[in-house]
Design a protein around this ligand. Sequence first.
Ligand code: GLA
Length: 388
Amino acid sequence: MKKMVVLSILALAPVLLAQKFEKLAATPPMGWNTWNTFQGRISEALIKEMAEALIASGMQKAGYRYLVIDDVWEAKERDSQGNLVPDPERFPSGMKALGDYLHSKGFQFGIYNDAGTKTCAGYPGGRGHEFQDALTYASWGVDYLKYDWCSHGTANGPETYKTMRDALYTAGRPVVFSLCEWGDTKPWLWAKDVGHLWRTTGDIMPCFDCQGAYSMGFKYILELQVGLEEYAGPGHWNDPDMLEVGNPGLTLAESRAHFSLWCMLAAPLMAGNDVRKMTEEVRAILTNPEAIAIDQDPLGKEGYRFMKHPGKQIWAKELANGAWAVCFFNDSDEAVQLRIDWSNLSFLKGSYRVRDLWQRKDLGAATGEFRAPLPSHDVIMLKLTPMP
Ligand code: GLA
């Protein structure tokens, strides 16, 4: 009898361990990440300055609460016990102290590593150390882990990420698990029970439509999101990569379009600009509460592309309480004149009042035709609320 009880408990053990932390990321995570502006030029001094700037600029209040330290925080080698160690010159107080500081300022602490043997910048990766590293992160007070996919060799993606999921769960500290496997093995098909978000593409670049060997401007990233909307929802989000809003290489219109479209996609909003130096116009984009509310809508539905014509894309996102967000995007190099017959937006049912989320202005009822000039690479984003 006793033996049977023991056996049945043992049989349950893998089932109990095989899960991610639930109830995290009910809406897409928001925060700031070091990579897009600073790459390897990071230190605890920079993180503290950025935390102060996020508070002073109103970004933290607007919802940006995960402060994520990306690649190049580590020393080149693990210690003699195999533990991860931060670079002693750039992070002299250690990660526990930095985590405590961030928590004291009202932030959540995010960190980066890699599922392979080395990170993309060549620092120690997590492979074979998953359970040890998860305990280290827990001891530092880490709340968010971005886990990359460089140097993975012949490793199997789903199995490797599941191992880290189980390690985090066993360590016991709730952690948002951000998979960064670039869409290689279609994580939207398998990662719902593994992580809270997963990258869908290679890296974003600070431009509209440029392309690198492995990276691309937001216009191309957007294109790769079409059709993925059915896989996202509360606790499990498609991640079209971090924001380039406000970074050199994007015009203000392009920053506004990029931000609006990421809100339509219910994308994680990870700012990546130098918050200490941003202009008022960039600040206004990143903190627009009405745009952020589209991203963070509690229904948790990712928007989809309703229509694409040359120069005109229409994106639609269903919101709570029967409302809709609609975004008109001019992807051409010429200004266009929008003429939209409301009755052609077949997802709408009934009568709505319309609000322009960038002009912050009510436009009246959605009847007849909507006409507006739309400059090149810019958007008009509207919220339609049902009328009784
Ligand atoms: C990969 C990731 C990026 C960033 C770098 C760091 O390219 O996709 O987001 O984390 O590695 O080296």
